[in-house]
Design a protein around this ligand. Structure first.
Ligand code: ATP
Ligand code: MG
Length: 220
């Protein structure tokens, strides 16, 4: 069974005549890197928000392991089942990089003493040095911050990683590095990784490409 599915999902913003997402159906599997492409305003971020459980569809369902998420504890779904990565990194500025990665673990009840070594391991895996781990986000490069944000997204152990333009603020070299990390999460850790992107070279690195146009979703 697919880890995540859309069944006839539509979403209409309040006071909007046209649905931002219109009757979208598709399946997302573990161990696969997906790209979601399409013009500005076509509904990509809206669709990602629905997958993240930030809002519920106006009609249709998002299913986790075949179960509609509207029947689940949504706070728990957002905390444990999915992780998000953003274009602007969004690390907490007043926490060090290590503390940023510990945060989601402590949120689910892990003690700081247990969280720290795990955070260190996650950060090492994305190529952050011990010196960099101790810094505040503002004292790192964009590529380093994004790799820190990926480590934080992994800290909850969520099977589904959702990334909205994760390479949008990065140069070519860091884009490649970040996409390699996301690809490995799918191929080596069996996660389901869904990346929204404008960049056709980023889309080329995905296993499967979905395109949105005027709220409609199709497989390339
Ligand atoms: N909060 C909102 N209220 C009303 N309409 C919205 C809101 N957010 C987005 N929209 C509209 O929904 C549609 C889809 O927007 P969405 O942000 O999902 O597009 P996108 O594909 O992510 O675009 P981009 O590539 O520019 O990020 C657009 O027409 C947009 O104007
Ligand atoms: Mg968007």
């Amino acid at each position: 069974m697919s880890i995540l599915s859309l069944e006839g999902v539509s979403y209409c913003y309040k006071n909007s005549l046209r649905p931002a997402v219109a009757d979208a159906s598709c399946d997302f599997e573990e161990g696969t890197l997906y790209a979601l492409i399409g013009p500005s305003g076509s509904g990509k971020s809206t669709l990602l928000s629905l997958l993240a459980g930030l809002d519920l569809p106006t009609s249709g369902d998002v299913l986790l392991d075949g179960v509609p998420i509207r029947t689940l504890d949504l706070d728990r779904y957002r905390r444990e089942s999915v992780s998000m990565i953003f274009q602007a990194f969004q690390l907490f500025p007043l926490l060090t990089v290590t503390e940023n990665v510990c945060f989601p673990m402590e949120l689910v009840g892990k003690s700081p003493a247990d969280a720290r070594p795990e955070a260190k391991k996650l950060l090492e895996d994305v190529g952050i040095t011990e010196d960099e781990m101790r810094r505040f986000p503002a004292n790192l490069s964009g590529g380093q911050q994004q790799r820190g944000a990926i480590a934080r997204a992994l800290a909850s152990g969520a099977k589904v990683i959702l990334a909205d333009e994760p390479t949008g603020n990065l140069d070519v070299e860091n884009t490649r590095l970040v996409m390699e990390i996301l690809g490995r999460l799918a191929s080596e850790q069996n996660r389901c990784v869904i990346v929204v992107t404008h960049d056709s070279e980023v889309a080329d690195m995905a296993d499967v490409v979905y395109r949105m146009k005027d709220g409609r979703l199709s497989r390339e």
